[in-house]
Design a binder for this molecule. Structure first.
Ligand SMILES: Cc1ncc(COP(=O)(O)O)c(C=O)c1O
Ligand SMILES: N[C@@H](CCOP(=O)(O)O)C(=O)O
Length: 471
């Protein structure tokens, strides 16, 4: 399997180089040159397989043969850290709406869906770096959850050091403490004076500075790295198999995905491309609704980032949308590069109707404001007894809106991806329900642990100097 850049000007790479490179050298994102498919018979046969075996089958075509042999061990170890044998258990939200389900992706060590991929990624890095006898400097940007999941996956590993940029004062206290209380010599936390978009812009600028990138052997763990997305494809198959059994090969499933950087929902698109019958992929946005606007109007115009009760989705520049655009524009890297350069220069671009039509049947997009989010959290608690985190609640609002606007598809089950544990956002949960979600026991003393981080200005040179001094 080879990977090509969405901007068409970087050399195609094999999986292991994509893993270590992170972002393509032309500024684009790597995507598989073609999509491997899983046949209906194979999907049906997976009905009684454990999560780990399905994961192995889905990921195996994306990696070279030698790595495919190591995958079972890497996967086994990754999901051994989860608090649920099912890895991503599913519950019914039928009390709210017939056919509504919730897949809980937050049973990993840092209580968000990021662990599902990051635990595998840690093992992949270890395997490939040991084989090549190399070391890397991982630099990541986080709006709150990627950071702690990445740190947890990399802490104490000999061949990697990790620098995580988070937006100063814009994460929840639990999210910040999960990152900054980790005491490991290879972990560095930077609180950037800016938004998540500023963190991600600096990250991309560091990737685009070839001298710096090569000097520190830079790599990445954000979803701009294809290897981060690959393990996220698996749970779309798992959800369909849980709902339909062997009929998952023919009966469709819909998904509502709380969306920020467009990575998680792009993994759902990949599952559909691989042969999973997916009826609807619903983009669920908070007030930072650039994706809802672009899908509904074709206009992709940046605005200021609003601070919301779902801070992990306080994002305007949704990097992985570029991967979908690549397909929407006929896999024409030059056309994508032109749109991205327009975005950089003017803060806006427009997508032609014809390209929107290529994905409109599959994708829906809805936005939830703060009150709708709080109301959904309260309703879920009142009706089902479940405490939802605000991001997941936005998924519920969007799911219900999409089900209402597509009544002809009402017999298709709708799965909301539960992206974070409610205890990561206690203030919002208390405001909505009056309940305080307890942290799991192993994080019981989180508030007493000592924090370590440095506050830096939103300045490329300052961040590069900070990293260079510590490498
Ligand atoms: C809790 C939570 N929900 C949803 C999202 C959005 O996911 P994505 O960026 O893959 O769209 C994020 C962060 O990205 C998150 O941390
Ligand atoms: N919400 C994310 C933002 C970064 O997303 P990623 O999936 O590209 O790593 C976060 O929690 O950091």
């Amino acid at each position: 399997m080879r990977y090509i850049s969405t901007r068409g000007a970087a050399a195609p790479l094999e999986f292991e180089d994509v893993l270590l490179e992170g972002l393509a050298r032309d500024g684009g994102l790597y995507v598989p040159e073609s999509w491997p498919t899983i046949s209906p018979d194979e999907i049906a046969a997976m009905a009684d397989w454990p999560y780990e075996k399905v994961a192995q089958r889905i990921m195996q075509p994306f990696v070279p043969a030698e790595l495919a042999e190591a995958l079972p061990g890497i996967i086994e170890k990754a999901y051994g850290t989860f608090r649920s044998d099912a890895v991503t258990p599913m519950i019914s939200l039928g009390g709210i709406q017939d056919g509504l389900h919730l897949m809980e992706l937050f049973h990993g060590p840092t209580l968000a869906f990021k662990d599902v991929a990051m635990q595998v990624l840690g093992g992949l890095f270890e395997h490939v770096l040991a084989k090549r006898d190399e070391r890397v400097t991982i630099i990541g940007a986080t709006s709150g959850d990627t950071g702690s999941a990445a740190i947890e996956a990399v802490r104490g590993r000999e061949r990697a050091r990790i620098f995580i940029l988070h937006p100063h004062g814009r994460t929840s206290d639990v999210q910040r403490k999960q990152m900054t209380t980790v005491d490991a010599p290879n972990v560095f936390n930077i609180a950037l004076e800016g938004t998540f978009d500023d963190c991600q812009n600096l990250l991309k600028a560091m990737f685009n500075d070839e001298t710096f990138r090569d000097r520190v052997s830079m790599s990445g763990v954000n979803s701009i790295n294809w290897a981060r997305l690959m393990p996220q494809i698996v749970y779309y198959f798992i959800a369909a198999l849980k709902l339909h059994g062997p009929d998952a090969a023919t009966k469709p499933t819909s998904f509502s995905v709380p969306t920020g950087n467009f990575g998680d929902i792009y993994a759902g698109y990949a599952a559909a491309k691989m042969g999973l019958p997916v009826e609807r992929l619903v983009i669920a946005s908070n007030q930072n609704d650039i994706l809802t606007r672009v899908m509904n109007t074709g206009e992709h115009t940046l605005g200021p980032v609003a601070k919301t009760i779902a801070p992990s989705m306080d994002i305007q520049i949704s990097s992985n949308f570029e991967r979908l655009m690549f397909d929407m524009l006929g896999r024409d890297g030059g056309a994508v590069a032109q749109k991205m350069s327009q975005l950089k220069d003017d803060g806006t671009f427009t997508l032609p109707e014809a390209s929107l039509d290529t994905v409109r049947g599959l994708f829906g997009a809805h936005r939830a404001d703060e009150q709708e989010t709080l109301d959904a959290m309260k309703r879920a608690h009142d009706v089902t007894g479940e405490l939802l985190d605000p991001h997941t609640a936005i998924g519920v609002v969007a799911a219900l809106a999409d089900m209402q606007s597509h009544p002809s598809e009402s017999s298709t089950p709708m799965v909301v991806l539960g992206t974070a544990h409610p205890a990561k956002f206690p203030a919002a949960v208390e405001r909505a329900t009056g309940q305080t979600p307890p942290l799991p026991e192993f994080l019981g003393d989180l508030y007493e642990r000592e924090e370590r981080y440095d506050v830096l200005p939103n300045d490329l040179a300052a961040v590069q100097a900070y990293v260079a001094e510590r490498v």
